[in-house]
Design a protein around this ligand. Structure first.
Ligand SMILES: Cc1ncc(COP(=O)(O)O)c(C=O)c1O
Length: 390
């Protein structure tokens, strides 16, 4: 049953700040009104700030997958050869979208819990004969496993090779450092219900000059997601079609809150929360799906249940006794892991609560708890001053 007090510790949708909830309850405004234009005048530059780009960020009324489709349909022609770096469910989606658009897709996959490594990409590109890849599609934070890919190094290799880099930053933007221009990412896509702390329904896409040039060679760039139509409308601080006005009003509030906190502080908070969750579950004797801290996502941590205890029981215990929601694994990992989300409007208070509850639930389920999760989390927060912007 829906409990309004549930604490969402899932990797999106994430909890909503009070100001965002209030914005969602404001009276309606027209999307061609001066009031809406004033909001767009604040939101569009603030998105550039979040993406750390001087280039334009396009805003779509669609979930993250919509922006993924926009990225491919606007920069590539049917038949173009592309490489998809896969490390889980969401990175695999790039290849699914690409195939649906008639692209010729080659996939390079690694086992669940492992990152796509630069040396593997270099070797894969070097061995390719025949027509070169026009684009490489990859992911920054793979939400299905909790892997954080070394995107800067991967993009460097793609640039040297001469292809477009098209990156899913859905659960990394606004949680992990991801300076789009400094890293030379050609197209980055993100979504509203993650680090941006608002409900689902908007997605954002940044494009480089090289991506824009590619767009101009595209024969069928589509209608709804069309870069040129969206760019033309945004030049006048509006949208080509009716947008989700209330989500954009909420985004205005969320971006102002992020700017008040500061991008570095937002990232530092996510690092602390990620480290505290990893320390907490490790203290309980649980195994992490991503053992190497260097490749651990700042958005979500995947944890294997102890022998003899099911993911379903852990999730049900957390939900029933404490109103805390954590996610199951997806596809092959369903029932094999549970995923603790710690992105967006998540603060040490939420991590402490979750760690204490998890320890208690595991104890009730018969797990011999080896250490104390809260104590381990406290040690993490003691090492760095806590930037609390509740
Ligand atoms: C990394 C990643 N990419 C893409 C998506 C798909 O976004 P949406 O469900 O908003 O379409 C998600 C959603 O969870 C995600 O986590």
């Amino acid at each position: 049953m829906f409990t309004p007090a549930d604490l969402l510790m899932i990797p999106g949708p994430t909890p909503l700040p009070e100001g965002v909830r209030q914005a969602m309850g404001l009276p309606a405004i027209g999307h061609r009104s001066p009031e809406f234009k004033a909001i767009m005048k604040r939101v569009l530059p603030a998105l550039q700030w979040a993406f750390q780009t001087q280039h334009e960020v396009l805003l779509y009324t669609a979930s993250g997958t919509g922006a993924m489709e926009a990225a491919l349909v606007n920069t590539l022609n049917p038949g173009d050869k592309v490489l998809g770096l896969t490390c889980g469910v969401f990175s695999a989606r790039w290849s699914e979208v690409a195939r649906s658009l008639g692209l010729t897709v080659v996939e390079a996959a690694v086992p669940a819990g492992q990152p796509n490594l630069p040396e593997q990409l270099k070797a894969r590109l070097d061995q390719e004969t025949g027509e070169p890849f026009k684009a490489v599609m990859l992911i920054h934070s793979e939400t299905s496993t909790g892997v954080l890919n070394p995107v800067e190094d991967l993009v460097n290799i793609i640039q040297d090779y001469g292809a477009l880099s098209i990156v899913d930053t859905v659960t990394s933007l606004a949680s992990s450092p991801c300076p789009v221009d400094a890293w030379g990412i050609d197209v980055a896509v993100s979504g509203s219900q993650k680090g941006f702390m608002i409900p689902p329904g908007l997605s954002f896409l940044s494009y480089s000059e090289k991506a824009w040039q590619a767009h101009q060679q595209v024969r069928h760039p589509g209608f709804y997601f069309n870069f040129a139509k969206t760019r033309k409308a945004q030049a006048d601080f509006t949208t080509p079609y009716t947008p989700a006005t209330h989500l954009i009003m909420a985004l205005d509030v969320a971006l102002a809150q992020m700017q008040a906190e500061g991008l570095d502080a937002v990232h530092a908070r996510h690092v602390q929360n990620r480290n505290a969750v990893r320390a907490g579950v490790s203290a309980l004797g649980l195994e992490l799906l991503v053992p190497d801290d260097r490749y651990a996502s700042l958005a979500a941590t995947s944890v294997k249940p102890p022998a003899g205890i099911s993911v379903a029981d852990i999730r049900a215990g957390l939900k029933k006794a404490f109103g805390i929601v954590v996610a199951d694994g997806q596809k092959d990992l369903k029932g094999q892991i549970f995923r603790i989300g710690h992105l967006g409007y998540v603060h040490p208070r939420d991590v402490f609560t979750t760690m204490a509850a998890l320890e208690q639930v595991l104890g009730h389920l018969g797990h011999t708890v080896k250490g104390h999760a809260v104590e381990a989390a406290q040690q993490v927060y003691q090492t760095v001053p806590v930037a609390c912007a509740l």
